[in-house]
Design a protein around this ligand. Structure first.
Ligand code: IVH
Length: 708
């Protein structure tokens, strides 16, 4: 039923053509059964190109459109749903607990080596046990993630499990199905395989991890220590939908068991690990074929390991070493295993990203929202090639949870380009001289009493004129995502503030340039550049200003939503809670923060000052659109769900061409909501409002006079 996953060029062409044909609307040529099968095959092919070859063949919109067609078809004809259908990754509801899953074969660990001598000793044992004079090894990365076991029965992924104690893990099938690089089905029956257990590692790519942690920090949450913890933690989250959002990846490197149906001999025909990795890859599994290398003799292995360690940071994921495996399966068999690890494999561990140091003192830094963050000053220590002397402790809860004390020996970790982190104190090394960390009751900068709202972990200085806060607010206003004033990084902002050249945000537009020119390090050119950067900031789009104002809980995406919902910043002065709540992703906390900011006289005064300085406060795009003449003039539109006839951007352009206005949220100002497949919360909101015309895609086409 499934095409073999290693597609020939011809098969690729055929699947691409079928996809295009379906996208062009020529679906009437197929019976529902044929259409479902074609859609399944095209989507599985598209996933394969995307996840195993990083080479997408359809645009995101085209992919979404194919996916929603398949979903619609399966809704209409439930008997067409196949367990291997790409739609079956979708999870509904929370997982209450993870039932135990006994592994078919125990999940063993690996023995470790740390230097060339260890490797030579191991090679000697390998030669003794196999009786060979020279051995071919297969070397591959040691992925630093969470181990998983997958069971495929009749070609379908039927069970995913964590390692647990090696004998029994936890069943996480729904969760592993959220990992898009893992196939839900593979043509194993073509090889007479009834059941197969595969081992591998779930990892989070460094860039995904970084973005995720940045988000957590913005939300006032402590970042996760490293991608490994993030991967393991994600697999045990209750909501599979959250798992999907975390964009996990997986690598599969070991077939631990298989059961044949009839007289097949294919896995038996695989003679070595390297071929097995390639075979897995051909079946559509994400095995490390690009990374794995066969080398003869331990000298070649040692040279490879040493070379690879220098390139460790170039990889998109974290590895903590390399795994060296005796390549030949017969040799592996001869060598066998201990109760702890196979004798035919060993890990070559890279230099640790962890080191011990001593906690000297804790300083408290005040951020732009007044948050007081404890920062550990530690004895300088080199971790992963970088010297660390300062490590954020995030908030009081983190300090209490870790039970940190001044004078403690601490374990510090820094993985790749991840921010350094104190893993734990080495409490067993305490000598009684350690002292508790005392949290200040008053702001370390301005002396104001600190406040801690009940539902928060962070103490705050509530004096908005607190110098530390003003400096941080200024730096945020000038930052890249906000008004993007190059040359006004934190160091210059602090300098200008301390010299009284810029005292607040509005002051940026009234700088006494003769004073700046007199400063050391400010030549004619750099003064002119700074002047230009400040001048240009006046013309920035509205969302950058909204973000730059530093309203709590308003990140860049929210700033864009707000900007596109108004024609002028001051419109927001009159927005009430219900209007704000109708916007996408706005909950009570965010709404209250925006309302509070917009109604505070000091903030309104700042906005007036910026306006006088010539700052753009209008949503220019919207101005243009609403003034355009056309049949839809002045009417507001919003699209939700997956459109099948247009790309969303095309549909929006059609509205704007006719004078309509695209808004980003459902509110009483919205005239038309156009619903594609799987419309969700926006549709619910619009229904409740009772004032919005809800149109299908077809009705929308009629409205704009588009030929059906
Ligand atoms: S082979 C019998 N290969 O490292 C097979 N393990 O520290 C034993 N790991 O539990 C595993 N990358 O979770 C193997 N390329 C790789 C690996 C790998 C990471 C993990 C695995 C194992 C742990 C031992």
């Amino acid at each position: 039923m499934y095409l073999s996953i290693m597609y020939t060029q011809e098969q690729e062409q055929t699947l691409f053509d079928i996809g295009k044909k379906i996208l062009s609307g020529s679906t009437e040529l197929y019976t529902p059964n044929q259409l479902a099968e074609n859609l399944r095959n095209v989507i599985i092919y598209a996933d394969w190109k995307y996840y195993l070859h990083s080479n997408p063949v359809f645009s995101d919109a085209e992919y979404d459109s194919l996916f929603s067609m398949l979903k619609k078809l399966e809704q209409e004809y439930p008997h067409l749903i196949h367990p291997g259908s790409p739609t079956q990754r979708v999870a509904n509801g929370l997982t209450e607990k993870f039932p135990p899953a006994t592994h078919i074969v125990p999940m063993l660990s690996l023995d470790n080596t740390y230097n060339p001598e260890d490797l030579r000793d191991w090679d000697r044992k390998c030669r003794e046990l196999t009786g060979k004079t020279s051995i071919v090894y297969c070397v591959e990365p040691k992925y630093d993630g969470a181990s998983i076991s997958l069971v495929y029965r009749d070609g379908i992924l039927v069970r995913g499990a964590t390692r647990g104690d090696g004998i029994t893990g936890e069943e996480i099938t729904t969760h592993v199905k959220q990992i898009r690089s893992l196939p839900l089905a593979a043509p194993l029956s073509d090889y007479g395989i009834a059941e197969m257990e595969i081992r591998g590692e779930v990892v989070i790519h460094k860039d995904v991890f970084k973005t995720y942690n940045e988000q957590r920090i913005k939300e006032g949450l402590p970042p996760l220590a490293n991608p490994r913890n993030a991967a393991a933690g994600t697999l045990r989250m209750l909501d599979p939908e959250e798992v999907r959002k975390r964009k996990l990846s997986a690598v599969l490197y070991h077939i631990s068991d298989y059961v044949l149906t009839q007289g097949s001999n294919v896995p038996a025909k695989l003679h070595n690990h390297y071929d097995a990795l390639h075979w897995l890859y051909q079946l559509g599994f994400p095995s490390p074929v690009q990374e794995a290398k066969c080398l003869e003799g331990i000298d070649a292995v040692i040279a490879f390991c040493e070379e690879f360690e220098t390139k460790r940071d170039e990889l998109p994921y974290e590895i903590d070493g390399l795994v060296i495996k005796v390549n030949d399966f017969e040799d592996q068999e001869k060598m066998g295993m201990t109760s702890h690890h196979p004798r035919w494999a060993t890990a070559f561990k890279f230099k640790a990203r962890q080191a011990t140091s001593k906690l000297l003192r804790v300083e408290f830094q005040v951020g732009r929202t007044g948050s007081v963050t404890p920062v550990a000053k530690i004895e300088p220590v080199a971790v992963g090639g970088v010297t660390i002397s300062s490590v954020s402790l995030f908030n009081e809860d983190v300090v209490r949870e870790k039970d940190l004390k001044i004078g403690d020996k601490v374990l510090v970790e820094r993985a790749g380009d991840v921010i350094p982190y104190i893993v734990k104190p080495l409490s067993e090394l305490r000598d009684g001289s350690e002292q508790s960390i005392v949290f200040p009751t008053h702001c370390p900068d301005c002396g104001e009493v600190l406040d801690k709202p009940e539902d928060e972990a962070v103490w705050r200085c509530i004096n908005i004129s607190c110098p530390s806060q003003v400096i941080e607010r200024l730096a945020h206003f000038c930052s890249k995502d906000a008004l993007d004033i190059r040359g006004m990084g934190i160091a210059n902002v602090r300098k200008f503030y301390e010299l009284g050249i810029v005292k607040d945000i509005a002051g940026l537009y009234h700088i006494d340039w003769t004073r700046v020119a007199a400063l050391e390090g400010f030549g004619e050119k750099s003064v002119q550049n700074l002047k230009d950067a400040i001048q240009n900031s006046l013309k920035q789009p509205l969302y950058r200003l909204i973000y730059g104002l530093g309203i709590r809980h308003v990140g860049i995406t929210m700033a864009k939503t707000l900007a596109s919902s108004v024609t002028h910043l001051k419109d927001l002065y009159n927005w009430d809670e219900s209007k704000l709540l109708a916007l996408e992703d706005v909950g009570p906390k965010v709404a209250s923060s925006i309302m509070h900011f917009m109604k505070t006289p000091e903030n309104q005064y700042l906005i007036d000052l910026l306006e006088q300085a010539g700052m753009n406060l209008s949503n220019q795009q919207k101005d243009i659109a609403s003034h355009a003449a056309g049949t839809l003039s002045g009417k507001t539109f919003l699209f939700t769900g997956t459109l099948t006839r247009f790309k969303r951007s095309e549909a929006e352009a059609l509205v704007e061409q006719q004078g309509g206005v695209i808004v980003s949220g459902v509110s009483s100002k919205l005239n038309y909501l156009i619903t594609g497949a799987d419309a969700g919360s926006k549709l619910e909101k619009a229904k409740k409002l009772n004032t919005v015309s809800i149109l299908t895609e077809e009705e929308f086409m009629q409205l704009i006079g588009y030929e059906l």
